[in-house]
Design a protein around this ligand. Structure first.
Ligand SMILES: Cc1cc2nc3c(=O)[nH]c(=O)nc-3n(C[C@H](O)[C@H](O)[C@H](O)COP(=O)(O)OP(=O)(O)OC[C@H]3O[C@@H](n4cnc5c(N)ncnc54)[C@H](O)[C@@H]3O)c2cc1C
Length: 512
């Protein structure tokens, strides 16, 4: 043993990340009476998405009473669609209310985790030390690693450059020539928030977005008092919001043509603010609404109509000093470039850090496209599950519903391990993963995301939709209620130090 080598710390469960997913997992573990766990977080505070995205105007696109945990209702949401600071405060509150802080290790970025096939555990390396865990719950977030396109000449830009998820609050935009790159959910919140300050704002738009009016309003004191006095009213409100969104799912997944009338509302939203027909033409999408995420804003179009704003209907293709050159050749002078260009979604960096039973990384395993059994388990990665894994995203409702379904699955997974007893691991059978993914991809063929005539971040490099769930949240809740052991190989270590063996009685093949 090396001089400084110590007995390695071991935990039952290591959770990665402290956003909604990681904090939800921590609450659920405690409810399952599992206290031997840690939450490894690379940043210095909780909140994930809602800590990192502090750009002006950042807010949720799902009403707060639905975009919150069912087990931690908040009667005091100030607005129907709350802003980033309120959601972040809510997550801090959840952390304290459920006593999660002792479990959280901040500034503990996970650099690598590898499955030990002999000992049936995960060896985890973090920047603050190493540990082992029986089970890893990876809640590192589908939208947590900003993506900045590789624009030729960007290095030569003499001004300021930052991504929407890494906003530089020290930098004053007053009077500056600002270039915003992208027209996704973040960009359309940023533009109206900074336009009054900017000297000039140029929006580089590769593809226009469908933008619906945002029905946001302050929640009155009387409503909040009612929710406090009668908690059932908060539940009713949530139930109504949920039900309305469930009713929309068929149109997205089976009958995209029914979405045509929604396009008319979006066009009216545009026409009421944009009087210039040339600008309207630039901003009108050429694909079915819903194909890309439908955006909500009542201030985006009015901002674009202001005299200090230009829309370049083309992507940024080159930077030459302070000159930005669009793909259509348009040249723009800028002092600052703000990238609203999204995240590494189908090429999540965490996948390069997870090494499975055969020594391959998750990124290598997924190079043909991400796939995981019930959105959670990848074959060859025993006792590892991901929250918001492949094909669990939503186009129209709250991701917290999906996270809570995955937490049910996680809880049952841990119960099953306990029932099996001893040093044991579950490894998703390749056939089960293939069957699951095949069914998902078959259903995907009819959805608006695949047929609507757009490319989007829902699709991977090969055009496969590996991100969105092609059903209702109720259906996902049903299919993640229990772990079906027939879908897993049960691995055991027969005697200490020996190679694992599979349980014969649970080796049944999974039918298609
Ligand atoms: C601007 C924005 C707006 C959004 N709006 C909506 C919306 O309106 N409705 C909706 O349903 N969803 C929305 N989303 C999606 C949102 O990401 C999810 O709803 C949800 O917050 C994801 O939670 P999470 O815990 O899975 O991930 P995150 O909140 O991203 O948390 C992941 C955590 O993991 C940590 N982490 C990552 N890698 C490591 C590592 N290697 N080691 C240690 N820690 C690590 C990160 O620091 C982070 O704290 C939005 C996302 C963004 C970016």
């Amino acid at each position: 043993m090396a001089e400084h080598e110590q007995v390695q710390e071991h935990v039952r469960v290591a959770v990665i990340g402290s956003g909604f997913g990681g904090l939800g997992a921590a609450v659920r573990l405690r409810r399952e009476e599992i206290t031997d766990f840690v939450v490894l977080e690379r940043a210095g505070s909780v909140g994930g998405t809602w800590r990192d995205n502090s750009y002006p105007g950042c807010a949720c696109d799902v009403p707060s009473h639905l975009y919150s945990f069912s087990f931690a209702p908040n009667p005091d949401w100030p607005r129907t669609f709350s802003g980033q600071e309120h959601i972040r405060a809510y997550l801090e509150h959840v952390t304290d209310t459920f006593g999660l802080r002792p479990h959280i290790r901040f500034d503990s970025e996970v650099k690598r985790m590898a499955w030990d096939t002999e000992r049936l555990l995960w060896e985890i390396e973090t920047v603050s030390g190493n540990l082992t865990a029986d089970v890893v719950v990876s809640a590192s977030g589908p939208l947590s690693d900003p993506k900045v396109p590789d624009v030729p000449g960007l290095d030569s830009f003499p001004g300021k450059v930052f991504h929407s998820a890494r906003w530089d609050h020290e930098y004053d935009l007053t009077g500056k020539r600002v270039a915003v790159i992208g027209t996704g959910a973040s960009a359309i919140q940023i533009v109206p928030s900074i336009q009054p300050k900017a000297g000039h704002l140029t929006l580089f738009q590769r593809t226009p977005a469908w933008v619906m009016p945002r029905m946001d309003r302050a929640i009155s004191g009387a409503e909040r008092a009612l929710h406090r006095a009668l908690p059932v009213t908060t539940k009713l409100r949530r139930g109504l919001l949920w039900g309305l969104r469930e009713l929309q799912v068929q149109a997205f997944t089976k009958h995209p043509n029914e979405l045509g009338f929604v396009e008319q509302i979006a066009k009216r939203n545009m026409a009421s603010a944009i009087k210039d027909p040339a600008l309207r033409a630039k901003l009108t999408p050429g694909y079915r609404i819903g194909c890309k995420r439908i955006l909500l804003s009542s201030t985006y179009y009015p901002a674009l109509a202001q005299p200090n704003v230009d829309v370049v209907a083309s992507g940024l293709s080159q930077v030459r000093g302070s000159t930005l050159v669009a793909a259509d050749g348009t040249e723009t002078e800028a002092d600052v470039i703000i990238f609203g260009t999204g995240f590494h979604v189908t090429d999540m960096p965490i996948a390069e850090r997870v090494v499975g039973a055969d020594g391959r990384t998750l990124a290598e395993t997924w190079k043909g496209g991400m796939e995981a059994l019930r959105g959670a388990s990848a074959a060859g990665f025993p006792n590892w599950m991901t929250i918001i894994g492949p094909n669990t995203g939503l186009g129209n409702s709250s991701m917290i519903l999906m996270i809570e379904s995955q937490l049910n699955y996680m809880a049952d997974y841990l119960r099953q391990l306990k029932v099996l007893g001893g040093r044991v691991a579950l490894d998703a059978r390749p056939a089960a993963v293939r069957n699951w993914n095949h069914r998902v991809q078959e259903r995907m063929k009819r959805t608006v995301w695949n047929t609507g005539g757009c490319t989007s971040w829902y699709l991977d490099a090969s055009g496969r939709n590996t991100t969105v769930w092609p059903g209702t949240t109720a259906e996902f809740r049903r299919v993640t209620r229990r772990v079906d052991l027939a879908e897993y190989e049960v691995l055991r270590t027969a005697v200490a130090g020996a190679a694992p063996v599979a349980d014969a009685d649970t080796n049944a093949e999974v039918s298609a």
